[in-house]
Structure formats: structure tokens, C-alpha cells
Ligand binder design. Structure first.
Ligand code: ARG
Length: 218
């Protein structure tokens, strides 16, 4: 009868809202992760022992501690020093800082995977180190880096669910809300798993397409 709405009609907007924040977190995380991660990778590849050590310590520490703890550290840590960050901003920062460590390794591996002969050939043609990096090594490294970066995006879509612990209203947080409002314990989580799956599946398909395209241009 009138007024009776289906589950999806009632709670769809919650999921939609959550998906918005999940995608935002992933986007911001990978973007700033890429910027900061590239910097870390260059530090790790540099000749300066200090820069190298700093990069290695950061990368190992971040990859060796749970994202959950890092989120708490950023959220409560900024509070302790008197910064009143919003939950969303704290979540974005934590995810970006986390992603940077993983992206740093992606970038470093991508650069290292370019055959040494490429650098040697460029140098023997009269290019200096910088030019050789810029015109010969980087363009080839990009082909190794981009696909892995896509995977990182998929990872962050899933891992951003942890940010729900500080109350950022992404997908998992919203699922909890729906669970409470609907008195249904199970269905909301089945639904959210489907949403995550559709997101990650679409993204990996898209990546596969882009990858094949880049392969053709070789
Ligand atoms: N589940 C991991 C943890 O809790 C986070 C992994 C993040 N991975 C990434 N590629 N950014 O430590």
C-alpha cells in the first residue's frame, strides 16, 4: 500500500552518500600518495645517505604498522597539538600518508625496472643525468608505474573502509547507520559488499583496457 518503500528506495541515498566519500578518499589518497610517494622514491634513489635513510625509515614504518593505528595517530595526534581537523580531512591525510609509502615503492620499482642500458645509451649520446632521466628513463618507467597505481586505487577503495572508525561517513559507516535504522543485521552488509565489488571490478576492467592500449603503442 501507499507509503511502503522498498529497502533500496529507503536506504539507497545512504549508500550513495557513502560511495561519494569512499571514492573521494581513494582519489585524494592516490593523488597525494603519488605526489608524496614520488618524492620519497626520488629520495630513496638519491645519492645522499640522509635523504635515503629518511625515506627508508618512513616507508618501512608506514608499511609495517596497521592503517588503523595511523588513522588514530593522525586524528588524535593533530587534536593533541591543538589542530582541530575535521574527520574527513584527518582521514584523507592518514590515507594519503599511508598510500605514499606504498606508491614510493611502486615508483622506485618502476624506475629501476627500466633497463640500465637505456641510461647508459642516453649518456653516451651526450645527455646529462637529468636529461637522460627526463627524456629516456621516466617515459618508460611510467608504463610500469601506471598499472600498479591503478591497483593502488582499487586497494584504497577497499582500505578506506577503516576510516569509518573516526566517523567519516563513507560506505562502511553508512552501512552501520542503515543497519541501525532498518533493524536488519545482514542485508546492509551484503549490499555494501556488492557496491564495493562493482566499484573495484569496474576500475580494474578500465585499467585493463588502458594497459592494453599502452601495450599497443609500444
Ligand atoms: N591493510 C593494511 C594495513 O592495515 C593497509 C594496506 C594499505 N595498502 C596500500 N596499498 N595503501 O596496514
Amino acid at each position: 500500500f501507499q507509503g511502503e518503500k522498498s529497502f533500496l528506495q529507503k536506504y539507497g541515498p545512504y549508500y550513495l552518500n557513502g560511495a561519494k566519500y569512499t571514492i573521494l578518499l581513494a582519489f585524494v589518497g592516490v593523488l597525494f600518495g603519488l605526489i608524496f610517494g614520488s618524492l620519497l622514491a626520488l629520495m630513496k634513489l638519491s645519492k645522499s645517505k640522509i635523504l635515503k635513510a629518511l625515506a627508508v625509515i618512513y616507508i618501512e614504518y608506514v608499511r609495517g604498522t596497521p592503517l588503523l593505528v595511523q588513522i588514530f595517530i593522525v586524528y588524535f595526534g593533530t587534536g593533541v597539538i591543538g589542530l582541530d581537523l575535521s574527520k574527513l580531512l584527518a582521514g584523507c591525510i592518514a590515507v594519503s600518508l599511508n598510500s605514499a609509502a606504498y606508491v614510493a615503492e611502486i615508483v622506485r620499482a618502476g624506475i629501476n625496472a627500466v633497463n640500465k642500458g637505456q641510461m647508459e645509451a642516453a649518456r653516451s649520446l651526450g645527455m646529462n643525468q637529468k636529461e637522460a632521466m627526463r627524456y629516456i628513463v621516466f617515459p618508460q618507467a611510467i608504463k610500469n608505474i601506471l598499472p600498479a597505481l591503478g591497483n593502488e586505487f582499487v586497494t584504497i577503495i577497499k582500505e578506506s573502509s577503516v576510516v569509518s572508525v573516526i566517523g567519516v561517513s563513507e560506505l562502511i559507516f553508512q552501512t552501520g547507520v542503515v543497519q541501525g535504522a532498518s533493524f536488519k543485521p545482514f542485508l546492509p552488509y551484503v549490499l555494501v559488499s556488492l557496491i564495493y565489488f562493482v566499484l573495484t571490478f569496474c576500475i580494474s576492467r578500465l585499467l585493463g583496457l588502458v594497459e592494453r592500449r599502452m601495450g599497443l603503442n609500444d
